[in-house]
Ligand binder design. Sequence first.
Ligand SMILES: Cc1cc2nc3c(=O)[nH]c(=O)nc-3n(C[C@H](O)[C@H](O)[C@H](O)COP(=O)(O)OP(=O)(O)OC[C@H]3O[C@@H](n4cnc5c(N)ncnc54)[C@H](O)[C@@H]3O)c2cc1C
Length: 298
Amino acid sequence: MAEPLIIVGKGMAATRLVEELGQRALGRHAIAVIGAEGRLAYNRVLLSPLLAGEIAEREIELKPAAWWQARGVSTLYGRAVASIDRAARTVTLEDGLTLPYGKLVLATGSTPVKPPLPGSDLPGVVTFRDTVDVGRMRADAARGARIVVIGGGLLGLEAAYGLSKAGGQVMLLHLVDRLMERQLDAEGAALLAEAITARGIAVRLGAASTGFVGTDKVEGVALQDGTVVPADLVVVAIGVRPNADLARAAGLAVNRGVLVDDGLTTDDDSIFAIGECAEHRGSVYGLVEPAHEQARVL
Ligand SMILES: Cc1cc2nc3c(=O)[nH]c(=O)nc-3n(C[C@H](O)[C@H](O)[C@H](O)COP(=O)(O)OP(=O)(O)OC[C@H]3O[C@@H](n4cnc5c(N)ncnc54)[C@H](O)[C@@H]3O)c2cc1C
C-alpha cells in the first residue's frame, strides 16, 4: 500500500516536489498537499508583473487542477495545518481535521516582516507576498491612492514600479543612502534612482521610519527627521521570516528556519523541510532556484 505523504504548504517548492515525485517515485506515496491559500499553487515571482498589470491572473497558475488529479494528489485549499503530533504521526488542521502521515514535508515558505514600530497594525499597512495582497494594492492604486513603499531592495522596487504603473502616486523610502546597496555600488544605485524617478516614483533615501500615523487606518509614515509622509496605503518590503512556528511547536530543531541535513531531513527522520522555511548549513534561501534544487534532492 502507498505510504501517506503529507506536504504542508502549496507553493513553489511543494509543486516542484510533486513534479519530481511523479517522475521518480510514481505510486510510492499517497500524496496530500495542504495549502493555507485558497487557490491552486501559482508562480509567486509573477506577482510583480501581475501587480503592474502586465499579465493576467490566470497566467500565474503553476499547474492546472487536472495536473494534480492526474498524479492522484489530494489537494486541500484554504486550510492551514495547525499542529503536528509526532508520536501519533498526524497533522491537525485549523478546522479540526486530523490526517495521518508516514512522511511529512514542510514547505511553508516565509512571512514578510513588519518593523516593530507604533501603528504597524493599522489597516492599510500591508506587505507583498500573495495574490490577496496584489488585489488589495491594485484596487488602491487604481483609484490614485498615495502609496508609500518602505524598502529599496528588489521587492520594494518591484512593488513601487507595479503600483505606479497601476495608477498609484508612489513614494519609495529606503533606510540607507542608496538603493539595492547589497547588489549595487554608489554609481549604479544613483543610475537606478534616476531611472525610478523618471518613471514618476518619488525616492527618499536615508529615510528612517519611526512609526505609522492614523486613527482608524494609516494616514502617513513618520520619519526620524520629524516629517510625516502622507499615505493612504503603506507597503512594507523589508524582508521575510521563515514559517517555522509549526515545526518549533512540534519540538523540531529550529534556528531561523527548520534545521535540515544534506538529505533535507529534520531531526525527526519522518519529517523533511524544503524551500524558504528550511535552513541548511546555516543558510535560509529566499529564492526559487534553491527550492527547486531541494525538491530534486528530496
Ligand atoms: C513579489 C515576489 C517576487 C519574487 N521574485 C522572485 C524572483 O524574481 N526570483 C526568485 O528566485 N524568487 C523570487 N521571489 C521569492 C520566491 O517566490 C520564493 O523563494 C518561493 O516562492 C519560495 O517557495 P516556497 O514553496 O518555499 O514558499 P511559498 O511559495 O511562499 O509557499 C509556501 C506556501 O505555504 C503556505 N503555508 C504556510 N504555512 C502553512 C500552514 N501551516 N498550513 C498550510 N499551508 C501553509 C503558504 O500560504 C504558501 O502558500 C519573489 C517573491 C515575491 C513575493
